[in-house]
Design a protein around this ligand. Structure first.
Ligand SMILES: [Zn+2]
Length: 104
């Protein structure tokens, strides 16, 4: 989410391969497709914490960047909003000082 050719933003969370796989699993579970071309395959980018930015967002909500893999898609950039527990690793959740919801 730094934009092509721009340095990454410090507030973004760079996901590891396991976290990206969990994001793609959530996209599949929701039947997520590209709104511009109908493709159901995406490359996962960085996550941005939304929880404290918007009153309507859940306190543990993140927006994760998705890029449609179809090179002919007219607008390839989109995203998915997910709760932290659905994609971040346990280690990272502990680093963030948060308690996973299922352990409460
Ligand atoms: Zn597309």
């Amino acid at each position: 989410m730094g934009g092509a050719g721009l340095p990454p933003r410090p507030e973004n969370v760079v996901l590891d391969s396991g976290e990206k796989s969990r994001v793609l699993e959530q996209v599949r579970r929701r039947g997520g497709v590209c709104h511009n071309c109908g493709n159901d395959r995406f490359v996962v980018g960085d996550a941005l914490y939304l929880g404290f930015h918007f009153r309507s967002a859940d306190p543990d909500a993140y927006l994760i960047a998705l890029t449609c893999t179809d090179p002919d898609c007219p607008s390839r950039h989109t995203g998915i909003t997910l709760a932290r527990r659905l994609f971040l690793s346990e280690t990272r959740t502990a680093e963030c000082g948060a308690v996973p919801r299922r352990n409460r």
